[in-house]
Design a protein around this ligand. Structure first.
Ligand SMILES: [Zn+2]
Ligand SMILES: [Zn+2]
Length: 372
């Protein structure tokens, strides 16, 4: 959806004006300029562009390097695949040099299946964690059947901390997690073993965190990596367990991007995360649509979004959302999504505004709640 420049600029100024200036301890690059309106279009020659794509409740970002090479990090759910391929074409993609699956949850890898069928792919990066799901199986199958630019199979790589790459001159990419052995017995092993990577380019740096949660962060700190980045892809769709103050202090981003679907069943992004991010520029795919961050040769970060976010006034005037609601069973203390086929009898139903609220009340998720 395109929009008029005037409207968006006013909205963004209102949005930014409600926040204190970001606290920054380094002078690595200039803070990002306010966003202007934009549609998805190819990155100009010599620019590094990161397009955080709106794939509903899921995660996807296309990195276009200054030399024209591309990296796709995650791809949303399977039903987003066709739309994702369309967006990649609008971004000028003809091949994907590196296709990265941060972890095997469907809201990250589902859409990658259509991408593997549509474009030549150079390498597929995966964490190689044993994981049983039809979507992951289809993803592995698609990776095996895909074609590389040279007409062979893409190289399939199980990636670990320590891998570095120079995808374009003066651009450095480093994998910070996971490390061996993979974590086990955490709240969500796929999330906590998420592939974490950073990209450093002249003028700016980006940190991608997948769905990393508390245990994964603790493991990440052990190797004392440089986490400081200008732009943070907020972990786990803004869930409370994906971000804490200590982590934000280490990253100290000027801008944060939350990939999240409107009215999702998990109540993402959580209020606590938004409170922690106050004072920084926050972009959300449910409000801003696709968010394109471009580092031009002048080394300034230019941000455009495809949708106008609601102003603070309209946002706060909205009634409390009920769309993320879940339904608890008073007897079994299990909660379900409203569309679950095994809902409790109406007399035993108890409605919660979010999964988090249900868990705070001591309820456990039914298998219909995947928590991805
Ligand atoms: Zn996810
Ligand atoms: Zn996940």
């Amino acid at each position: 959806m395109r929009m008029r420049l005037g409207l968006l600029t006013v909205a963004l100024l209102a949005f930014v004006a409600c926040s204190a200036p970001p606290k920054r301890t380094t002078t690595a690059s200039a803070p990002p300029a306010p966003a202007a309106s934009g549609a998805l279009e190819p990155a100009p020659q010599g620019a590094l562009q990161v397009a955080f794509l709106d794939v509903g409740q899921g995660d996807s970002a296309l990195v276009s390097f200054p030399n024209g090479k591309t990296m796709l990090i995650d791809g949303g759910e399977t039903d987003q695949g066709v739309a994702l391929v369309g967006k990649l074409r609008r971004l000028g993609v003809q091949q994907i040099d590196w296709l990265v699956a941060t972890h095997p949850h469907s809201d990250h890898i589902g859409g990658l299946i259509a991408v593997l069928n549509a474009f030549p792919v150079g390498e597929v990066w995966d964490i190689g964690m044993p994981f049983e799901s039809p979507v992951y199986r289809d993803f592995l199958l698609a990776a095996r059947r895909a074609k590389s630019p040279s007409g062979e199979r893409p190289r399939f790589r199980v990636v670990r901390r320590g891998l570095t790459l120079e995808p374009a001159p003066n651009v450095r990419l480093s994998v910070l997690a996971p490390s061996d052995p993979l974590l086990q017995g955490t709240r969500s092993d796929p999330n906590n073993n998420s592939l974490v990577l950073r990209i450093d380019a002249p003028g700016g740096s980006f940190l991608f965190t997948g769905d990393l949660e508390r245990e994964g962060r603790r493991r990440l700190y052990e190797s004392r990596p440089n986490l400081r980045a200008d732009v943070l892809k907020v972990a786990h769709h803004g869930a409370e367990n994906g971000t804490d103050r200590a982590f934000l202090n280490r990253v100290n981003p000027a801008a944060a991007v939350i990939p999240v679907g409107a009215g999702n069943r998990y109540g993402h992004p959580h209020r606590e995360t938004l409170a922690l991010l106050q004072g920084r520029r926050v972009y959300r795919t449910d409000l801003h649509g696709d968010i394109v961050m471009r580092l031009n040769t002048d080394r300034k970060l230019q941000i455009t979004t495809t949708r106008r976010p609601p102003t603070q006034a309209t946002a706060s005037a909205k009634p409390a959302p009920t769309v993320g609601a879940v339904i608890g069973n008073r007897n079994s203390k299990v909660y379900h999504t409203p569309d679950c086929s095994q809902l409790p009898k109406p007399a035993n139903q108890l409605r919660f505004r979010s999964a988090r609220e249900a868990e705070r009340a001591g309820y456990r998720p039914h298998k219909c709640v995947q928590g991805e």
